[in-house]
Write a protein that binds this ligand. Sequence first.
Ligand SMILES: C[S@@+](CC[C@H](N)C(=O)[O-])C[C@H]1O[C@@H](n2cnc3c(N)ncnc32)[C@H](O)[C@@H]1O
Length: 262
Amino acid sequence: MPTIRMILEKSCVGKFWFTIGGEIEYEQSLEEAAMSKLPEETGHKVDEVTSELVLNGPGTVLYDVFSGIGPFSIPAAVCGTSVVLANDLNPDCYYWLNENIRINRKARNISTYNMDAINFIQEILGSSLEKVWLDFIRGESFRRVLVLMNLPASAIEFLPCFIGICSVGMKKTYIEASECARNLNLSMRDLIPVVYCYCFAQKCADDSDAIREITDAIHEKFGGRGIDILAIRRIRDVSPSKLMFCCEIHLTYSVLFDDTVI
Ligand SMILES: C[S@@+](CC[C@H](N)C(=O)[O-])C[C@H]1O[C@@H](n2cnc3c(N)ncnc32)[C@H](O)[C@@H]1O
């Protein structure tokens, strides 16, 4: 796995495709896909909107919940994203993620985890948010906190894991960071994660039906707690009857602390 490569396809000129190796490795992987321990990693389109976001460099904290071998995390870390936390449950993905980091020496400020997404969100993400807020109070300039959930198809089922990830003890830090933000004419909202969750829906005559269905499903996952759905973007057709969407969800204080009282 010498490096992450960009391949321009005839049918897809200008789009980014990351593979686990060069062209030869890619062809081998395709032939061996059925046998592979990394069947999902043989090559797929990376959503350009999200790519631009994660490649936006300093001031961004990125949590890549289902990182695979790192097609988002590693370019982000190479491009100078302030902090990257990449997680995957599959030990083979985790191995190659670390190998990719070793090979791409410019990938700095990246930590890797081999955990179930539930534990990564509840144990790692929750407590590391406190560090983000503390660093902000100490003068580090953060622009945004992103959580990437780019597949599996069940990614949307993990949304309830965000409820209550911040402990009561973190409220003091939250309040201090809010005051700090106010003094700087900034919004604490920017220090609360935006989740980019990919999901699928049946193709309908009109996309708005699919979007309504996804919106209802997201609200249901948060049990009616306040969230802000910023966008639900159609990514691509995955089959004659199925569409892939990316949902951008701004979490809120009431979700993070599972409380409405500050
Ligand atoms: C389709 S791959 C996508 C990987 C990466 N986001 C990408 O765009 O290439 C889905 C990944 O989710 C991981 N995964 C599935 N269930 C998981 C879980 N419960 N916790 C953590 N990772 C999981 C799989 O190991 C796999 O690497």
